[in-house]
Design a protein around this ligand. Structure first.
Ligand code: CA
Length: 165
């Protein structure tokens, strides 16, 4: 008697976005996002729609200059990392991003990191960052995007963000 190999064939489809890791905090179910602006055709929903990578859907600010996104969690979260993606194909600009966290529902914020990135249509047009963190009891996470340091006529953009538990 022969035992049969237990097997499953799972075809890999080209072009599908990589699925989010299992330890990702579901932003839609666990947080409210407060933003300083959004543009009609590029709403905030695009940062959590699962569309990632170059050419993916993105949020574009409704106004030029610095923008702030505050993720207010329904219950305090332990955050082990942040992943974000930003694509800029149209203009050259120097972007500065700052993350701050609050553990008291937004009464006080503490800066956890600040990050610069240079976009250039002929060079870097897509930024993906994976930040390892060890944050406990986070009630609010604030992301401030300065789309162009020292020049306020650029628009902030964000294709994707995820928080790792
Ligand atoms: Ca997206």
């Amino acid at each position: 008697m022969h035992e049969k190999l237990r097997k499953k064939i799972i075809s890999s489809e080209a072009g599908t976005a990589t699925s989010a890791p299992a330890n990702t905090i579901d932003i839609i179910r666990n947080a409210e996002v407060i933003a300083t602006s959004e543009s009609e055709n590029f709403p905030l929903d695009n940062i959590v729609d699962g569309s990632t990578g170059p050419g993916s859907s993105q949020w574009v600010a409704g106004a030029t200059g610095p923008q702030t996104l505050v993720f207010k969690f329904d219950a305090p979260q332990n955050i082990a990392g942040i992943v974000y993606e930003i694509e800029e194909r149209e203009v050259a600009r120097t972007q500065e991003i700052c993350f701050e966290v609050s553990t008291d529902s937004g009464a006080h914020f503490r800066e956890i990191l600040r990050h610069e990135y240079n976009f250039s249509p002929d060079g870097s047009t897509f930024q993906r960052e994976e930040l390892k963190l060890d944050l406990a009891h986070v009630t609010d996470l604030k992301m401030t995007i300065k789309p162009d340091k020292g020049n306020l006529d650029r628009r902030a953009k964000l294709n994707h963000i995820a928080f790792l538990a």
